[in-house]
Design a protein around this ligand. Structure first.
Ligand code: NAP
Length: 527
């Protein structure tokens, strides 16, 4: 990937210019190499704002790094009583100092055209570029309205048009997608269109894939209050999404689920793409409702080449597939979709292969499940994948689930037997392998185990599909009782590695993927 085509603008969250100037994170940003970071100064937020204090901060950070905004009260500005003339004065000062960008609202331009003229004069022959912006903190205006606003903004002949709007769901970002994709020639100027919140994350990252993109996107500082997913930090944009190098040819992939903010798949796949030197980026998509509807509206526009699918969409996503691999059809769930050249989707289930693959490896290699007794705890998606996959390898499968009826239905579909808690306690009950496919023992309930000690001793090998924490209570107890154990990490990395191969046609950098997931899990445990 080419380096540093696009820049990142880090918004100052500080309450005073003094706090901004003393913040070590922002001082570090000033020194970073490459094309360098932009820093947004929000003059309306600073309690100690004076012309002198502003000039001092501007000179310290370097005006050529600054995006200067003095937001009006009606578009979210922090100062209730401020005149356009006062705001204009500061913005003219910024332009006179040679700020990289100065941002003025479209409403203010329409209300007082002299403001913009003043800015144009103040920048003289300097390089300051003008942004005309429009904000909606409640909703996303319909496409026709955004279209007209964009035309209105262009009439003022700024250098960049910016929209920040508030989608409640990812489906509501569709007008932004249409606006960003517009290559009709109706618009001349670069566009920065941002959907706030987690639903709008893609708008912050994928701008460079569209025609006439803005030269930068916004990020928050790592020390900024509030860690809502969807407001990536500059470090995430740089290291996770490699924002600087994204371009029109970058392949876009991602994971769809709800919730999705804590998925480790973006870390794992983006690290794998970077390691393999691929021009590809992988995003989390928070999809509520019908996942097939999301693909219908966004796949073409975002150029999605493939998606991972997670809770709760693994079953419903089958409805979006023109073709489903036989094991996934049998399980009734897919976790991987590949977009075919004709735009249709092919679904498969890499959970199942990864689960039995890691299990067989722990048991001594391929074929070792044949004739073995495997007890699966749970009857949800993971349990279904495991039960069908173990059965297909010749194992005798037993099922135990909190809700007995679900286990009975699954047992009938797989050709397995159901066991009750009383069976697990019987002296003559014995299996080769127990698989925990429930969330029992998963963070934060790390002190729970799905089995008692007297039940644990009835199996030789315990496989916990939970991977957060890496060593669950079940595994700790089984080890203490002299049993062999297998954690869920190998399955998680295995399903991701197989996805990588389906996405790219290349062998997966498995060790790298495992290392990244382990590091992320360890960081979470510490955090
Ligand atoms: P799911 O479809 O929601 O099913 C959850 C199952 O666990 C259901 O059978 C449910 O029983 C049971 N369960 C939930 N809470 C329970 C409790 N407190 N006590 C007893 N049983 C309980 O979820 P899933 O997709 O199958 O995922 C289950 C777990 O598998 C996840 O938590 C995850 O840790 C693990 N997993 C790991 C990987 C991996 O790559 N390592 C991949 C997928 C899943 P009811 O039917 O009674 O509700």
């Amino acid at each position: 990937m080419p380096a540093h085509r696009n820049r990142i603008c880090v918004a100052s969250h500080h309450e005073s210019l003094a706090a901004l100037r003393e913040d070590p994170e922002f001082r570090e940003l000033r020194e970073r190499p490459g094309a360098g970071y932009l820093i947004e100064l929000r003059l309306d937020r600073y309690a100690d704002l004076t012309a002198g204090a502003f000039e001092r901060a501007a000179r310290e950070f370097g005006p050529e790094r600054l995006v200067v905004t003095y937001r009006s009260p009606e578009e979210g500005g922090a100062r209730e009583r401020v005149s356009d003339a006062e705001r204009g004065g500061y913005l003219e000062q910024a332009a006179g100092l040679g700020a990289a960008f100065v941002d003025l609202e479209l409403h203010a331009c329409q209300r007082s055209p002299a403001l913009l003229e003043g800015l144009k004069r103040a920048r003289g022959t300097g390089g300051t570029k003008l942004i005309v912006s429009s904000h909606d903190f409640e909703a996303v205006p319909p496409y026709s309205r955004l279209h007209d606003l964009r035309l209105d903004a262009e009439e003022f002949e700024p250098d960049l048009v910016k929209f920040a709007v508030t989608p409640a769901t990812i489906h509501e970002t569709e007008p932004l997608l249409r606006l960003m994709r517009d290559a009709s020639g109706a618009f001349r100027l670069p566009l920065l269109a941002l959907g706030m919140g987690e639903a709008g994350l893609w708008t912050r990252v994928l701008g460079p894939r569209f025609p006439n993109p803005a030269p930068f996107t916004f990020a928050r500082g790592e020390g900024a209050p509030g860690t809502a997913p969807g407001q990536p930090t500059w470090r995430e944009l740089e290291a996770l999404y490699r924002f600087g190098a994204l371009g029109p040819d970058t392949r876009v992939l991602g994971v769809i689920g709800n919730p999705i903010g804590h998925s480790l798949s973006p870390r794992m796949h983006n690290a794998a793409f970077a390691g393999a030197g691929l021009d590809a980026v992988y995003l989390p998509f928070l999809v509520e409702g019908d996942p097939a509807a999301f693909l219908r509206v966004f796949a073409e526009g975002l150029g999605l080449a493939g998606v991972s699918v997670t809770i709760p969409h693994k079953e419903a996503i089958l409805g979006a597939c023109a073709e489903v691999e036989p094991l996934a059809a049998q399980i009734g769930a897919a976790n991987t979709l590949i977009r075919r050249p004709d735009g249709s989707w092919a679904g498969s289930n890499t959970d199942a292969d990864a689960a039995v693959g890691s299990l067989e490896e722990a048991m001594g290699g391929s074929g070792t499940l044949k004739g073995r007794k495997v007890l699966v705890l749970g009857a949800g998606g993971a349990a279904r994948a495991l039960a069908f996959a173990c059965k297909s390898r010749g194992a005798e499968v037993f099922l135990h689930n909190r809700t007995a009826g679900k286990a009975e239905n699954l047992a009938a579909a797989v050709g397995a037997s159901c066991v009750q808690t009383s069976d697990l306690d019987r002296a003559d009950f014995k299996v080769d392998v127990v698989v925990n496919a429930t969330p029992v023992g998963m963070y934060p309930q790390v002190d729970q185990s799905p089995l008692t000690d007297s039940q644990i001793v009835k199996a030789d090998l315990h496989f916990d599909t939970v991977y957060n924490p890496l060593r669950t209570k079940l595994l700790q107890r089984a080890e203490a009782l002299g049993r062999r154990t297998l954690g869920g990490l190998a399955m998680f990395v295995g399903q991701g590695a197989r996805q990588f191969e389906l996405f790219t046609g290349r062998p997966a950098p498995r060790d790298l993927m495992e290392r990244v997931v382990c590091e992320a899990l360890q960081a979470r445990t510490k955090g």
